[in-house]
Design a protein around this ligand. Sequence first.
Ligand code: CP3
Length: 343
Amino acid sequence: MTKKILRALAGETQATPPIWMMRQAGRYLPEYRATRAEAGDFLSLCYNSELAAEVTLQPIRRYGFDAAILFADILLLPQALGADLWFVTGEGPRLSTITTQAEFDALKGIDHIHETLNPVYETVRILSRELPEETTLIGFAGAPWTVATYMIAGRGTPDQGPAHALMAENLAVFEQIIDLLTDSTIDYLSAQIEAGAEVVKIFDSWAGSLKGEAFDKYALAPARKITKALKAKYPHVPVIGFPRQAGDNYIGFARATGVDCVAVDDSVSPEWVAKHVQPDGCVQGNLKSSHMVTGGPELVSETRRIVETLKNGPHIFNLGHGITPDADPENVHLMIEAVRAGN
Ligand code: CP3
């Protein structure tokens, strides 16, 4: 196995960790903004396989990252299930809301998702032909809880209040949404793997607002069910879990779910991750994204600190969350040089 990402995911400790970056194809890159303008808007870009493959490749060409992540969005799945989806410039996603049994019943069955998502699988097929042979192709989906927070509220919410409210007021509908998303995510990720994804990542961006038993039921259990189903069909395909801001719930997450790697955000220190998470296997993270805006010696020293602290176990270098549109593309070079400089 020669690909550095796959070696890390198989548990190998490497002198220089492999590196990629969340949201590496994005608005901080002028070439992304140009291709997005050519596509018309963000969703048209997601469903245009040629152009989605092109923006996926842009950061690989510019920086030589060890992994490419499929260009798509976690909200394409609810759209494929029948929710209306649109993006308001400068504000973010909007969806038709699902809070009642009747609204849930009006969604399409799982078998229909591929009608909408076929262009995404075509993007994966193009990428698996065009990527350099050392670059690993990562597919992804949102975790059921995170996707449900958008489906229930109809938009991003700072505290996921509407989803917590539905859990309290109509548990039956809430759990049907989680179950539908869990099962359709298995099918969605399976189709990405069939098309050529070599690794899949489950983004649970809002896992941090689930506490105690709710974390076990709505973050752990769905991740376990998805991972188990994928492993039964594709035992060789590694799974990365990202229960963002899980705090103490990062501990034991890999063992409880079966994921091969836990991605950690920057609210936990690399020292803590080395002590509590890395003993269970590969970890991914966790430079604060704001360093990509501010740069300078602190970017370099923080990058080195993370690499040094996590060097005694399997590690994939990444940010703690996505790179932001105001980041300076030059700072990405600085970060990569700092990761690769040590050895
Ligand atoms: O990482 C990558 O480069 C791959 C592509 C990718 C996108 N979204 C492209 C995107 C991935 C993996 C995602 C995941 C995603 N989408 C998450 C989970 C990860 C996270 O960031 O927490 C979430 C919560 C979403 C939902 C979403 N999509 C929101 C809230 C927004 C608006 C916020 C924003 O940055 O504008 C998006 C839009 C989006 N998804 C953009 C990109 C490149 C920006 C859209 C644009 O070009 O205008």
